[in-house]
Design a protein around this ligand. Structure first.
Ligand code: F0G
Length: 470
């Protein structure tokens, strides 16, 4: 068993500096291709970083999803995979870890987060109902819409302002929920989809107080709350750091309390849980669990593997436990903050406060001369790759897709380029290199031109859309 250290290692020595609570046992060489080759690779990829080959990338900050470095204990767990079709022992380990750390009763494993979103949306949304969420997430909203639901954003206004320094910018505005209840009636609201942290807002947390108040409001009206718990452990760290009364509580205790205000959760285990693949849906209601267990065999796999190999479930069960270590989380969020503070010191516009999993560059502020319809954040991701082979991702108008009814672009207030930090993968020196690259692109911002979209897929267009330079 891992030891939970009450203090982080730096604190034990009584000094200010701290370091990662691990050392490196295996390395993977990196390579940088020439600028001419990067120009060609970018053109071949239609100026979309999702279409680049990984071999052509130097530092890969596309996503923190499935890109984690596993520990020696997790790799050892991989050798203990019980690849039985039914009743794998690794499933029971995973179920026990979920119950211990997240506290829900029933587990439905899925291949990744969107598998869980699909099952929950199909089981809990009736066509014509509304689903409230603290800002949309791409796959989550699409599954809600495909089930016949209408997404309504109920996040506080501060979340849409990159400069607002609200400490819990992911919070739900209870007045917005109340207004929707008054307008359509509680029975027309399928559930509240509460994401922690809020990816599209910049990895921003939700406070315990807000979750508690939302629970009270929903109890009055018989509305269910489902968490998107993808980065709930990172959320717990912000509560420990910022919310009165939680400084002396462990992340594990904070997470348990937070989850207790919800009726279940969807999980992309490729993030917080330090695994490379996996996900789950957790529920407290038996009838809903029964429905989801029936659907899982149609879309994912048997209800004791849900699309994961036994070895993946074992690595995930161990990853859940490791993710709850306070030392781990301090190093994880500390590294993101290190990069963000460097950029802030250099006057580069990023979303404040610095969030949990990524730095979000404010592409509108980089390129005020590029209109949103010329894709400033997509442009910035392309420029960064061209400058240094660093891969980032668009989180603006391309990601927001089109309005399901009118077919016009959704035009989000936030037009961001995300530098997502994989867990336990890169060093502080890599962060220095990234900061210098961003600075170089910022220094050339005035001569940069936008893009036009030349191919647009029907669903989740940001993954496969193609662009050309204007
Ligand atoms: N919810 C959140 C908040 C996410 O960030 C993601 C994935 C999902 C659900 C879907 O999970 O990918 O396992 O199917 N986010 C990745 C990202 C893709 O790069 O932000 P999935």
């Amino acid at each position: 068993m891992l030891q939970t250290t009450p203090q982080t290692m730096g604190q034990q020595f009584g000094r200010r500096s701290w370091a990662e609570p691990w050392k490196i046992k295996m390395v993977e060489p990196l390579r940088v291709i020439t600028r001419a080759d990067r120009e060609r690779a970018l053109q071949d990829a239609g100026y979309n970083t999702f279409l680049l080959k990984s071999d052509d990338v130097y530092i890969d900050l596309l996503t923190d999803s499935g890109t984690n470095a596993m520990s020696d204990r997790q790799w050892a767990g991989m050798m203990l995979g019980d690849e039985a079709y039914a009743g794998s022992r690794n499933f029971y380990h995973l179920e026990a870890a979920m119950q211990k750390y997240y506290g829900y009763k029933y587990l439905v494993p899925t291949h990744q987060g969107r598998g869980a979103e699909h099952l929950l949306s199909q089981a809990a949304i009736k066509p014509g109902q509304f689903v409230c969420g603290n800002m949309y997430f791409t796959t989550t909203r699409l599954h809600q819409e495909l089930a016949g639901g209408t997404f309504t954003d109920v996040i506080i206004d501060e979340a849409h302002d990159p400069a607002s320094t609200h400490p819990f910018k992911g919070n739900v505005d209870l007045n917005k929920v109340q207004k929707l209840i008054d307008a359509v009636g509680a029975s027309k609201i399928a559930y509240i989809s509460l994401a922690v942290t809020v990816n599209m807002a910049g990895g921003q947390p939700v406070s315990m107080e807000n979750a508690r108040a939302l629970r009270a409001l929903c109890n009055q009206h018989g509305i269910k709350i489902f968490l998107d718990a993808t980065r709930a452990m990172e959320n717990a760290y912000f509560i420990q750091e910022r919310e009165a009364g939680y400084q002396d509580k462990s992340l594990a205790e904070i997470l348990r309390e937070f989850c207790s205000y919800s009726d279940g959760a969807t999980m992309s285990a490729k993030k917080d849980s330090l695994a490379n693949i996996g996900g789950w849906l957790a529920l407290n209601d038996y009838d809903l669990f029964e429905e989801a267990s029936n659907l899982v065999v149609v879309y994912e796999g048997l209800h004791t593997y849900g699309g994961m190999a036994g070895r993946d479930m074992e690595a995930l069960a161990i990853g859940i436990e490791e993710s709850a270590q306070d030392d781990h989380m301090r190093a994880r969020i500390g590294q993101v903050r290190y990069l963000g503070e460097l950029l802030t010191d250099w006057g580069i516009p990023i979303v404040q406060p610095i969030g949990g999993h990524a730095i979000f560059l404010d592409a509108r502020a980089f390129y005020p001369h590029i209109s949103q319809d010329e894709f400033p954040a997509q442009t910035l991701a392309a420029e960064l790759y061209l400058d240094s082979g660093i891969r980032s991702m668009e989180r603006g108008i391309v990601s927001a897709g089109r309005n399901a009814k009118t077919g016009d672009h959704n035009r989000p207030k936030l037009e961001l380029t995300r530098l997502t930090i994989p867990r336990r993968v890169y060093t502080q020196a890599h962060m220095d290199v990234v900061a210098e690259a961003v600075k170089a692109v910022y220094d050339h911002r005035e001569t940069t031109r936008g893009l036009k979209m030349v191919f647009e897929p029907k669903y989740l267009r940001f993954f496969q859309a193609r662009f050309e330079r204007l």
